[in-house]
Design a protein around this ligand. Structure first.
Ligand code: 5GP
Ligand code: MN
Length: 350
């Protein structure tokens, strides 16, 4: 099968007034709203979902929220966010929702076990910032320039006429801070900081939120990080001479250190700091035998396109996919794609 190296860039640049009106009308009309984010949710996926959940509840809506991961685990960094206790397991998610809203999910398959709800729901509102979004909904709020999906959720809340509360602001802050790499990535604009200021003005404890997300790990993570870093390989000739750094963690090691896959999100952030490598890769073995591959680029290579080709997707500088081969074969295939990857130059999109 030949697949294009270029992800489908069909999304219009940003939502139109008609898009906003349609989304607001659908939410005002619906009595029950079903919320879904992508599997193995990160801060933006979960934070955006919880932000809208906390926006809709005071409006008297019945809200049900979940994600299609198996096992169903909320990453510990986010487990104390408002509304996490209201999440339902995938089995309890409605079979045919009236209005389904998805968050930070560029394509339907990223909804995992709950992907079929896109077809069974009467109406599907897609809220996202992935350039590769396939527009699989009936209503869309997609802004590829947005620093996080949470930016769109906050604007939606404003247009619904709700005031920010700490319960809404905490998950949205977690989303914004994680997807901007603590306000460091290129998509961070003055508007991003104005939004952060509005969120902080509600009185949320951003220091505690940040500590939970970045500065608090079980001892097993420290040990496993050491193992992963000790095993890192630098390949200066890879990626057409731009350099590759990669490492791997096996499923048995995860179990031995008492960790879940979701807790390994931070390893790539250390690995990618190697100045000799344009691209960084971490292969994380899952207990089902598959490998979750995380990739990062410093800006010259579009890893989103590479990962789309290999069955996944993401952003230009941060992307991933699932591999069903072993580590050696996974890396061989990835190395080959990276050698052929188009030089794109420093882009404007994180
Ligand atoms: P991470 O390496 O943190 O798991 O993922 C980085 C980014 O790549 C995520 O924000 C997400 O947008 C995207 N991504 C990761 N894995 C997949 C995948 O399997 N499919 C798609 N479509 N996107 C992915
Ligand atoms: Mn995400």
């Amino acid at each position: 099968m030949t697949r294009s190296l270029t992800p489908a860039r069909v999304a219009s640049e940003r939502p139109t007034e008609a898009d906003w009106t349609a989304a607001v009308t659908a939410l005002h009309r619906a009595e029950e709203v079903a919320l879904l984010c992508h599997v193995s949710p990160d801060g933006d996926a979960l934070g955006s979902l919880l932000g809208l959940q906390q926006t809709l509840l005071p409006l008297g809506k019945s809200v049900v929220a979940s994600f299609g991961s198996d096992p169903f685990v909320v990453p510990p960094a986010y487990s104390e966010l408002p509304g996490v206790d209201l999440l339902v397991r995938p089995e309890q998610f409605p079979a045919a929702p009236d209005l389904l809203v998805t968050f930070d999910t560029g394509s339907q398959d990223r909804l995992g076990a709950l992907a079929d709800r896109v077809h069974t729901a009467r109406e599907v509102l897609v809220i996202d910032h992935h350039a590769s979004n396939t527009r699989y909904g009936t209503l869309h709020l997609i802004d590829r320039a947005a620093a996080a999906t949470a930016v769109l959720v906050e604007e939606l809340g404003r247009r619904l006429g709700t005031a920010l509360t700490p319960e809404i602001a905490a998950p949205l802050y977690a989303a914004l801070a994680t997807d901007t790499g603590s306000f460091k990535y290129a998509a961070t604009t003055p508007e991003t900081h104005y939004l952060a200021a509005r969120l902080l003005a509600t009185g949320i404890r951003h220091d505690l939120l940040s500590r939970r997300i970045w500065d608090q790990n079980p001892f097993g993570y420290i040990r496993l990080l050491g193992v992963a870093l000790g095993r890192a390989v630098l390949e200066p000739a890879a990626v057409g001479g731009l350099g590759l750094i990669w490492t791997s963690v096996g499923a048995p090691e995860l179990v031995a250190h008492g960790l879940t896959l979701e807790q390994l999100e931070g390893i790539i952030d250390v690995v990618r700091t190697a100045e000799e490598a344009e691209v960084a890769v971490v292969c994380k073995g899952d207990v089902d035998g598959s490998i979750r591959v995380s990739t990062r680029s410093k800006g010259e290579i579009d890893v989103g396109a590479v990962c789309s080709y290999l069955g996944g997707g993401g952003h230009r500088l941060a992307a991933g996919y699932t591999s069903y081969a072993d580590v050696a074969a996974t890396m061989a295939a990835l190395r080959e794609r990276l050698a052929d990857a188009e030089y794109v130059g420093l882009g404007d999109e994180a």
